[in-house]
Design a protein around this ligand. Structure first.
Ligand SMILES: Nc1ncnc2c1ncn2[C@@H]1O[C@H](COP(=O)(O)OP(=O)(O)OP(=O)(O)O)[C@@H](O)[C@H]1O
Length: 242
């Protein structure tokens, strides 16, 4: 899977080329929820293919809303969103479902299936996408190894620590080698050692060419890295570090 040459080549980071469209482009995006809550105001943001971006900001500043717009769970009230060459304001139904398979998503609360083992949780994504048994096996083990959990394959989620559960959810998000990975507060429930481990894995995935966008309010994690940072504050976006 992620570490085989073919998968890596598929996502290979490339030199900046003016003709290559960005992975994510938001133009004048605003989002007001039905109750009148203004979550995002006039956001302009471009994320190039192969980039690693931190989105920071206090609670309620619009971080999760931004990611929800990127994977099509919410629609903007105004503006244009293009993700991996698709206009997210227009896609619906089956096309949206298909598009979402090309976006890995990691959540703060893991969202694992409780009665399925680690291996089954990760395999499930591939089954749902119609992969063959042979291909599932080919992808499963390198992915579990990448997150350091091959020895926990037969465990159930409630037999794992929080950090391990989060690593399963990362494995599940990337086992189908999506070109884009969104992680919404992936370290929110973890201590600092586990947080660092999660960020290291995300960086490793980025190094093989996956575009990664991570939201966090953990300033320490952001300071320890040299990746670009944007900050949301009351729905407004500011560039903090390029
Ligand atoms: N489904 C919803 N309906 C109405 N308002 C919402 C909804 N989801 C979020 N909001 C509001 O939109 C604003 C931004 O919320 P969002 O969850 O995007 O912030 P956040 O930065 O991710 O916060 P946190 O760090 O606490 O998760 C908040 O004021 C929130 O109350």
């Amino acid at each position: 899977m992620v570490y085989t040459p073919d998968a890596a080549a598929q996502n290979e980071p490339s030199e900046p080329q003016p003709s290559v469209p960005p992975m994510v482009a938001l133009s004048n995006i605003s989002k007001t929820y039905r109750n009148g809550s203004k979550a995002l105001v006039n956001i302009n943001l471009e994320v190039k293919r192969g980039d690693f971006l931190f989105v920071t900001g206090p609670s309620g500043s619009g971080k999760s809303t931004l990611l929800k717009l990127l994977y099509g769970q919410e629609r903007p009230s105004e503006g244009a969103i293009v993700v991996n060459d698709h206009d997210m304001t227009k896609v619906r139904g089956n096309r949206l479902a298909k598009l979402r398979r090309r976006i890995g998503v990691v959540f703060q609360d893991y969202k694992l299936i409780p009665r399925r083992t680690v291996a089954e949780n990760v395999e499930f994504v591939l089954w749902a996408q119609g992969f063959t048994r042979k291909e599932i096996n080919r992808r499963l083990w390198p992915t579990l190894k990448m997150v350091g959990l091959q020895h926990k394959a037969r465990c159930f989620p409630d037999e794992l620590s929080g950090g391990e559960q989060q690593r399963v959810s990362i494995a599940r998000a990337v086992v189908s080698t999506p070109p884009l990975l969104l992680a919404d507060e992936p370290t929110g429930n973890l201590d600092s050692d586990n947080s660092m481990q999660v960020i290291r894995i995300l960086k490793k995935l980025n190094s093989i060419g996956i575009t990664v966008i991570v939201t966090t309010h953990n300033e320490q994690l952001v300071r320890m890295s040299n990746h670009p940072v944007v900050q949301l504050y009351n729905g407004y976006l500011h560039q903090v570090r390029r």
